[in-house]
Design a protein around this ligand. Structure first.
Ligand SMILES: [Zn+2]
Length: 347
C-alpha cells in the first residue's frame, strides 16, 4: 500500500461532537515505515551532496567510519543515526568586508559570508557577482566621508533590488562625517528597506540610542545590529523592534547577549577587513561560536546550527531567497526544511 492509498483508506466516524479519522493499525504502521524511508532517502541525499562538496573526502564531509560505529548497532541491526554532522555546515559570517578585487577562487575558503560594502560605488562592483556562498551587500558606511557625500537614495534602491543584504549602514558619533549628514543617509536608506524588505546590517558605534530611536521611528524588516554595544535596556528595546544581533568576538562576553537576547536572534560575525586573508574567516567565526556557546550554555556546534537557522528565518521573512547564490540557498534549505532552494542565482 502506498502512502496515498493509506490516506485514502481513512474511515470517518463521529463520536459525540467530534469527527475522527480511523485507519487500520497495520496500514498506520506501513505509513510510518514509508515516511521513515523517505526520511532516510533525504539523509542519504544530503550526505552525498556533502561528500561531493568536500571533493570526495569522507572525513571532511563528516562521514563516520564504519569500523568506528558498527559496534553501536542495536538489536534490530539498524545503526543509530547521528545528528547531521556540523562539518556539513560551513561557517556563517554575518558581517565581513571582502575586497571586490579578489577572485572567486581566492574567496572559496572563506565559508559563507554576508559581505558588506562601504559605498554604493563599491556595491555596484559586486552585486552582479555569483560567488557560491557569498551574499554581497549594498552599503554606505557612516565613517566614510566620500561614501556619504556620494550617497544617492535612488541608486541604493536600484542596487538593493538585486541583493538580499543591505549593509553596512548606520550611525557613528565618533565619525568625521557630520551627524546630520549621517542621519539623512541613514533615514533615506531605512525608507528604502521599509518597503523593500532586506537583511540590514547596522553600525551603531557610540550611537546605540540614536540607532534605536531611528528604528523606532521607521521600523524595517530585518535589522541586524552589528558589533552591538548598547545597554541591557537598549538591547531589550532592540529585541522588541525585531532586531537580530551579529555578535563579534570583542563583545561576545557581554552578559546582555545571554540575558536580553533570545537565541533565535543570534548571528555571529568577524567584521573581517579587506586586506585580511579570506581563508582566516572560518577560524575567526569558530572563535566567536565558542564564546557564544559559553554564554548561552550551548554546544558549539549548536551555535553554528542556530546561526544558520536564524539566517534562514530572516531570508524567509524578507522573501530574498531568490536573490542568493544557489549553493548558499541550498544550505539554508538543509537547515530549515521549509525553505525551498530550487531557485537560480539572480546575480
Ligand atoms: Zn563592518
Amino acid at each position: 500500500m502506498t502512502g496515498l492509498e493509506m490516506l485514502q483508506s481513512v474511515q470517518y466516524v463521529t463520536v459525540g461532537d467530534r469527527r475522527l479519522a480511523v485507519v487500520e493499525a497495520d496500514d498506520w504502521e506501513a505509513m510510518v515505515e514509508w515516511l521513515e524511508t523517505l526520511e532516510d532517502v533525504e539523509i542519504a541525499k544530503e550526505a552525498f551532496a556533502a561528500l561531493k562538496a568536500a571533493g570526495g573526502d569522507r572525513e571532511r564531509a563528516g562521514w563516520l567510519r564504519w569500523d568506528d560505529i558498527k559496534g553501536g548497532l542495536n538489536s534490530a541491526g539498524t545503526p543509530s543515526i547521528p545528528s547531521p554532522p556540523t562539518e556539513m555546515l560551513l561557517s556563517l559570517d554575518a558581517h565581513a568586508h571582502l575586497d571586490p578585487a579578489r577572485t572567486a577562487d581566492e574567496l572559496a575558503g572563506s565559508g559563507a559570508v554576508l559581505a558588506m560594502t562601504l559605498s554604493l560605488e563599491e556595491a555596484a562592483l559586486v552585486v552582479g557577482r555569483c560567488d557560491p556562498h557569498i551574499a554581497w551587500g549594498v552599503g554606505c558606511h557612516p565613517r566614510k566621508p566620500r561614501s556619504q557625500e556620494a550617497f544617492d537614495v535612488q541608486r541604493l534602491r536600484e542596487l538593493a533590488q538585486r541583493t538580499a543584504v543591505v549593509g553596512e549602514i548606520g550611525l557613528d558619533t565618533g565619525s568625521r562625517v557630520p551627524l546630520e549628514v549621517q542621519l539623512r543617509t541613514f533615514r533615506q536608506a531605512l525608507e528604502v528597506v521599509a518597503d523593500l524588505p532586506r537583511l540590514v546590517s547596522i553600525h551603531s558605534y557610540r550611537a546605540t540610542g540614536l540607532v534605536i530611536e531611528e528604528l523606532r521611528r521607521r521600523p524595517v524588516a530585518v535589522p541586524v545590529l552589528h558589533w552591538w554595544t548598547g545597554s541591557a535596556g537598549e538591547t531589550r528595546e532592540a529585541v522588541a523592534l525585531g532586531c537580530y544581533f551579529s555578535i563579534h568576538s570583542a563583545v561576545a562576553r557581554h552578559s546582555k547577549f545571554r540575558t536580553a537576547v533570545p537565541p533565535e536572534r543570534v548571528l555571529v560575525e568577524s567584521d573581517h577587513g579587506y586586506t585580511d586573508p579570506p581563508a582566516a574567516i572560518p577560524c575567526r567565526i569558530e572563535w566567536v561560536e565558542h564564546l557564544v556557546a559559553q554564554q548561552l550554555e550551548l554546544d558549539v556546534q549548536d551555535v553554528r546550527r542556530l546561526a544558520w537557522r536564524n539566517l534562514a528565518t530572516i531570508v524567509r521573512q524578507t522573501g530574498t531567497l531568490g536573490l542568493l547564490p544557489e549553493p548558499l540557498a541550498a544550505l539554508l534549505a538543509q537547515v530549515s526544511p521549509d525553505v525551498d532552494h530550487r531557485m537560480p542565482c539572480a546575480g
